[in-house]
Design a protein around this ligand. Sequence first.
Ligand code: ATP
Ligand code: MG
Length: 470
Amino acid sequence: MVATTTFVVLDGLLVDSSMCAGRTQISILRLNRVSHPPQAAVARRIAATLSQAGFEVYLVGGCVRDRLLGRDLHDLDLTTSARPADIAALFPAALEVGVHFGVMLVHLEGVEVQVATFRTEDSYLDGRRPDRVCFETDVRLDVARRDFTINTLLEDPFTGEIIDHTGGRADLDARLIRAVGDPMDRFAEDHLRMLRAVRFAARLGFAIEPGTMAAIQRCAPRAALISPERVRDEISRILTEGQARRGFELLDQSGLLQVILPEAARMKGVRQPPEFHPEGDVWIHTLGLLERLECPSLELALACLLHDVGKPGTQSFEDRIRFSGHDRLGAGIAREILARLRFPSAAIDAVCSMVAQHMKFKDAPKMTDGAFKRFARQGIFDELLELHRIDLLASQRPLDNWHAVSQRRASIPGGQLRPAPLLRGRDLLQLGYPPGPRFSRILDALEEEQLEGRVTSRDQALEWLNRTFG
Ligand code: ATP
Ligand code: MG
């Protein structure tokens, strides 16, 4: 999912799109996955041009970290002593994105490389972005303003030598996320770093170093000041980049969950009937779904996170613990959360529709053909079915119902889910029916007859019309 926003993130900076000369819409998720060899070769060529002009230049950040970990690269970042004007002179087609912060995008042979001038950042009065940046000539000052030691490693683009000014190599080997410098200061400067710590720890399977974790716990209330779009992007990545369960456990342990998703935190400790949920409370069940996500769409992942968010508000103690209407209440809560976090409306609709319908499966085998076909022809049906499968697994229940619904769906030829109409409004007009709201009732009822297989031709449709509506 790529959303249009008035902010863009460049080299870790939140930048007003108005500051980006030439480009106002940039993928804020920067998920342009790339294979290493051609990318690296292009970055080396760009680095060679800078180097031959007398500038210092290194690969830095995620690409160095991920190469050392043997992971796929997402994007390539070069850091250099060249100023934006120098970069523009060497690469006239470079895009001056975030030029005030010294960030340029250089395109060569279809590959995009971010080239950023060594910089330090002045005070962060709003906890979101620096008030001013200063261009530097000493790369050590540039690495010192970066977030985590594993993200500060520099790589000589020509020799592959790793240059480590912060102990990042040892932390990479020890699988630790450690803030650069004093963690309290670093999280107070830029609150987003707290969510980034969780995201990297979850995605890479690293621990958060205790001092860094303690600082996040103390600074967590300030996460309320992060812009909703940036929270949205971090949550989206934590949900879809792998190890979503771990990500949400860390959000919980760090105190961030309560601040950014209080509605989800309310699921903690909400007891469920043990005969249906031997795994435990609503939150533990939800984590069980997140654990089973494999490269999910964002919509499916959000639906898993929020499918039972209506349970805390509907819990009742009758013959047993019940949550009557939690699907409907949950869809409303999900809509509030996702709108607050500025998700696109199509994603909100899809997620809320899944939350509202996740209980329908228990009745699906008994549905009439017409009702089942209407259920199964929705655009989100495959994801809804997958939500049902994961929901069953997370409740330690057998997959019989999921198999039954899947088979029933597979047995219906595609054309029968949405049969071509046998009569239309103009036919009704010609037959002398007065136009009005009754038309859609007649046509809906006729479609139901088609879906049920009771009417299959135009003649049968006319006969049915005459018989039913006179
Ligand atoms: P990913 O694989 O998610 O792209 P990355 O490490 O490349 O990981 P980016 O968001 O692309 O992360 O940022 C590139 C680099 O910029 C980081 O490695 C880090 O050195 C620095 N950086 C990014 N965001 C911040 C921040 N909020 N505070 C400090 N440094 C940051
Ligand atoms: Mg990156």
